[in-house]
Design a protein around this ligand. Structure first.
Ligand SMILES: [Mg+2]
Length: 209
């Protein structure tokens, strides 16, 4: 029997690419200016990854110049979503599960907070944690451990739900916590996770186990 769900935000509660036009136009133009001249396919890939993963990782991986990295950081540090954001339809299946939920999201504080506000989901959670790589070296693993210690949850009593194998899923695996990989587009096969689904209809049953 589970006592708590730890949820990711981007691509777990709402599709991040739905905000690409709102958030990333300026940054995408800068990436095109720098990378697009020499390597169009990596420019496209970097832009696509940016909607899914932290900017700092993408900048490293794609070898952004210091100038582009700095400009990008400046844009994102001040970025906010100011339009209503629509969650995945499947999110309502998760919202209805009567269990304590914690939101643990990684990214720029102002930006992540504005997403939470515009999704109007703060009330669904006992607490919202924003891990900002710009401000600290904390990881999702650190936050998961902290919540479990504070609330006295054992690893068997927690389920981590997310879309990113390298982020929340990995952190959960390191802690021996069960994982639920949300995969609405069916991108993955045979991943080493406890549960794997395109929606959240089985979560109510899983938490009762
Ligand atoms: Mg995510």
């Amino acid at each position: 029997m589970k006592r708590a769900l730890f949820l990711d935000l981007d691509n777990t509660i709402y599709p991040a690419d739905s905000l690409a036009d709102v958030l990333f136009t300026e940054l995408f133009n800068l990436i095109d200016e720098e990378l697009g001249q020499t390597d169009i396919s990596s420019a496209e890939k970097a832009k696509r990854e940016l909607t899914r993963r932290p900017f700092q990782q993408i900048a490293d991986e794609f070898g952004f110049s210091d100038d582009l990295t700095e400009k990008g950081l400046k844009i994102l540090r001040n970025a906010r979503v100011e339009v209503p954001v629509t969650p995945y339809k499947a999110y309502s299946q998760l919202r209805e599960v009567p269990i304590d939920k914690y939101l643990v999201t990684k990214g720029f504080t102002k930006l992540q907070q504005s997403k939470v506000d515009m999704l109007n989901i703060a009330g669904d959670f006992k607490k919202v944690y924003i891990v900002d790589p710009d401000q600290s070296d904390l990881t999702k693993n650190d936050i998961f451990q902290r919540i479990m210690k504070d609330k006295g949850y054992t690893k068997e009593e927690v389920l981590v739900i997310g879309d990113d194998l390298e982020s929340e899923i990995k952190a959960a695996q390191e802690l021996g916590v069960e994982t639920f990989l949300f995969d609405p587009e069916g991108r993955y096969t045979n991943e080493n996770v406890t549960y794997h689904a395109r929606d959240y209809k089985d979560v109510a049953e899983i938490v009762m186990k």
